[in-house]
Every structure is written in C-alpha cells, then in structure tokens.
Design a protein around this ligand. Structure first.
Ligand SMILES: Cc1ncc(COP(=O)(O)O)c(C=O)c1O
Length: 359
C-alpha cells in the first residue's frame, strides 16, 4: 500500500460487542446485522467471526445475502426489506434466505410464485416508523394468507423503531402498544429490537433481537449509558502526515479559504479525503489525534487530502500517524463535527480504504 490510509478492524472487539448485546437479552435469539458491508467493516470477515455466535445474519438485499453464501457461510440470512422483484424468490428458496414481507405487492408475488421448499417469513408491521410494513389491523389477515402457503414454514412478526435511541421519549412505548394490538390472538415469535432497543428497552426483546451498530462498538445513544459504555470500537481510521508547511498570519488554507491563519501556523497535510468516504462537510476545528494529542482540522476536506493545524505539536513530522476516529477518537464525536452519525462515517468508507484485520 503506497498510500498510508487504512481502516483497522478489530474482529475480537466485534465478538466482544456481540456478546455484550446478547447479555442484555440472554433469552433471545440474535440476528447479527451485517448489511452495508457490515457497516463498512467487511461483511464476510465479520460474518465469519460471528457465525459461531449468532443465530442469523441480517442484510438489506439478496446480493448481500449471496455474498455470504458464496463465502461458505451457512446461517440463515434475513432479507430485512424482503425481495424487490419476484425473480429473487427461487434464490430465496434455494439458499435458505428469510425474507421480510412488508407489502401487499410482495405478498401477492409470494402467493403466485408456487414455491414449495419452506422457509420462515418475517411479517413486517408498521407501528409508527411509516417506512415499510402492514398496518396493525391488516396483520391477522396477512398471517392467515402466509400460513396458507406451503413455502412458509413460520411467520415471525417484525417491526422497526423510529426513536428507540431516545429512552425518555414515549414513541417506542406507543410502537410497542401498536405491536401488541397487532399480535392480539396470534401466537407467533417476534423480532423488534435494533441496538438501541437491545440496550434500553427490555420489553422489546421478545424472541429475536437484531443489533447492528453496537456490534461495531458505537453507541446509538446521544450520550453513552449503561452497558454501551463497555463497547469496544471495532474500526480505527488512520492515515499519515504527508507534508508540513509554515503558513503566515492572514493566509487562507484549502478550497474556498474557509480557514484563515490567525497566527503563524504549521499546517500538516494528511492522506484522506472525501473520495475515501470521509465527509466533505467536516467542520474546521474537528479534532484528529496525532501522537496521542488532539489537533484541529484547518481547511476544507478535499478529494484525497485534508489539512490539520500542527502548530501546538512542534515535534510532529512527515510519516506520523493521524487517527480520524477509533480507539483514541470516539467515532460519535467525529460524526458530530461532520453533522452526521457514526453509522455513515463507517458505512460510507469507499473501497479505496484498505481494511486491515486483527483478531
Ligand atoms: C430493519 C432493521 N433492523 C435492524 C437494524 C439495526 O439497527 P442498529 O444498527 O441501530 O442496531 C437496522 C438498521 O438500519 C434495520 O434497518
């Protein structure tokens, strides 16, 4: 690797985080969410580590599911949005994928497909997210139609929370109540909990949990609380200083001149930019860690480089490592400086960033 940017991925940390999530809901089965290339960590490598621990994997589309099968992974794979096209159904049958069914459109396609090999189906209920799912009052009839199909071995009820990361807000209680109304009279397994619900809403644990972000060591909450303080960051994004220059008072730095030197300033240039997936709108002042010390970003993120203010770090030199987020710099804090969330910082890293694994 000529360029020194890399994302170190600690697979042991992922195993630890998975176990921590499981400990919160020890009676349940657990779907490890590995969609979006395991939030940027590498779906196959993460799935290989969790295959002995999890009960299923969760992905967003059949291509992601097939990637796991092609790598030899055999656990059930849940398609969280189900199928987008009826042509996927024979593959679902062949590879033991468990689709969500969230709409009348999908239900009719399933009814017309004439499949015979049975697989579980997750019936998605819209309890307040208003993104996907059947209305609670439709659920009983949909269950009946699904159970009439020879290709459906089990119906698992599913919903998704919009605000479970806000423990003080009533929205999750309201969604739980709507879910309870929808399942009245039915005796079926239920799968409701994303990471935040695993950590903060025991009532939502039920039969299956589906944590994503906590597996990667990031908290879904605004402020860490409870067990999430024991999470270990799995990804560290770091690069090197490739140039250093002295810039005079009043001189602008970078595109658009958004940073103007207020003092004689030692500017370091580092090899990471928005073409690596790092957000262009990271603000001036965002801290990065050089030799164990925080220094601020100075100037706009460009395609392949960023500039940082090394004035208070006179010993810093070309070749020193710079951590953007990870073990020394919490990803949640970096995300705030970029007006985003940890999910995007990790999952939007482009293939140009080498992932380096340790166990
Ligand atoms: C349907 C569904 N379940 C579970 C998850 C995992 O969520 P989190 O990463 O917040 O745990 C997601 C993530 O977007 C999702 O869309």
């Amino acid at each position: 690797m000529s360029r020194k940017l890399r994302a170190d991925v600690d697979l042991d940390a992922i195993r630890h985080n998975f176990r921590l999530a499981r400990q919160q809901a020890p009676e349940t089965r657990a779907v490890a969410i590995v969609k979006a290339n395991a939030y940027g960590h590498g779906a196959v490598r993460v799935a290989q580590v969790l295959e002995a621990e999890a009960d299923a994997f969760g992905v967003a589309c059949i291509e992601e599911a097939l990637e796991l099968r092609q790598a030899g992974l055999t656990l059930p794979v849940i398609l969280l949005e189900g199928f987008f096209d009826a042509t996927e159904l024979p593959l679902i049958e062949e590879y033991n994928f468990w689709p969500a069914v969230h709409s009348e459109h999908q239900l009719q396609q399933l009814e017309q497909a004439g499949l015979t090999q049975p697989f579980p189906v997750l019936l998605k209920i819209d309890t307040g997210m208003h993104r996907l799912g059947f209305a609670p009052e439709q659920v009983a009839a949909v269950v009946e139609r699904l159970q009439a199909l020879s290709c459906v071995s089990e119906v698992i009820l599913m919903t998704h929370f919009a605000r479970s990361d806000e423990p003080q807000v009533d929205a999750t209680l309201q969604q739980l109540e709507r879910f309870a109304n929808a399942e009245e009279g039915l005796v079926l397994s239920a799968c409701l909990s994303n990471s935040a619900a695993v950590m903060a809403w025991p009532k939502a644990h039920r039969n299956w949990i589906r944590p994503g972000i906590v597996l990667y060591g990031s908290t879904p909450f605004e402020a860490p609380q409870g067990a999430d303080q024991q999470l270990i960051p799995a990804m560290t994004l770091s690069t090197e200083i490739i140039a250093i220059r002295d810039v005079a008072v009043g001189e602008p730095v970078g595109y658009g001149g958004t940073f103007v030197c207020q003092r004689p300033t030692r500017i370091g240039t580092i090899a990471v930019g928005y073409a690596d997936g790092f957000p262009r709108h990271a603000r001036n002042g965002m801290p990065v860690v050089v030799n164990g010390q925080r220094v601020p970003v100075a100037g706009r993120v460009s395609m392949d480089m960023m500039t940082i203010d090394l004035t208070d770090l006179p010993d810093a030199k070309i070749g020193d490592r710079v951590e953007l987020f990870g073990r020394q710099m919490p990803v949640e804090e970096t995300a705030k400086w970029c007006d985003t969330i940890s999910y995007t910082l990790m999952s939007c890293l482009t293939p140009r960033v080498p992932r380096c694994y340790s166990e």
